[in-house]
Design a protein around this ligand. Structure first.
Ligand SMILES: [Zn+2]
Length: 198
């Protein structure tokens, strides 16, 4: 099943999900029957299904659906792709930006498809490290380019709102393959993504 829109969800699992969210609210000391909370279990059940819809999506199929023969051999870079995901340890959001580059080897893909691949893996319970390598692997396997680079910069609410409260910390993860394992190519990429003149 593929649901893309905010208001699409699996009707079959709604009653049980709502039941558990209602229980959770009670256990946290709330009254799930008070006015403001009556519809909260339903909203949560829908929101969580939306935020985990990536499980139903196929990144490789998305990339392959817009795969074109092209003899470009220069680096293709899409930077500052908005990213919203949820940490699997606390079910709290982490959000930031992804920067993706690849060097084609006969094939390119639509630029917007790269952003969609980010969503496919971000809309799951995640850790930032795995999100980074999943994006890289999907591009590598589908386009078989000469190289792929993925850098993600994100802020984690589980760090910002609780415990250590490092409000301004940004976590950076990166994955490099092929040509990007060479120092010059990688530093060219890093230079391009760190320039803020856009
Ligand atoms: Zn966390």
């Amino acid at each position: 099943m593929a649901y893309n829109k905010v208001d699409q969800y699996d009707e079959k699992i709604m009653p049980e999900l709502m039941h558990h969210y209602r229980e959770t609210l009670s256990l946290l000391g709330e009254d799930p029957n008070r006015e403001g909370l009556v519809k909260t279990p339903e909203r949560m059940a829908k929101a969580m299904q939306y935020l985990t819809q990536g499980y139903e999506m196929d990144a490789r199929a998305i990339l392959a659906s817009a795969k074109f023969k092209e003899s470009v051999s220069e680096m293709i870079l899409v930077k500052d792709i908005e990213l919203y995901s949820m940490c699997e340890h606390h079910l709290l959001p982490f959000f930031g930006k992804a920067h993706i580059a690849y060097i084609p080897n006969g094939y390119i893909t639509g630029l917007s498809k790269l952003a969609r691949v980010v969503d496919v893996y971000a809309r799951r319970l995640q850790v930032q490290e795995r999100l980074t390598t999943q994006i890289l692997d999907a591009i590598k396997e589908t386009l078989q380019p000469l190289g792929v680079a993925v850098v993600i910069e994100a802020s984690h609410l589980c760090m910002m709102m609780r415990g250590v409260q490092k409000q301004n910390s940004v976590t950076t993860t990166s994955a490099f393959w092929g040509e990007f394992e060479r120092n010059e190519t990688r530093s060219e990429f890093m230079k391009l993504i760190s320039s803020r003149l856009h």
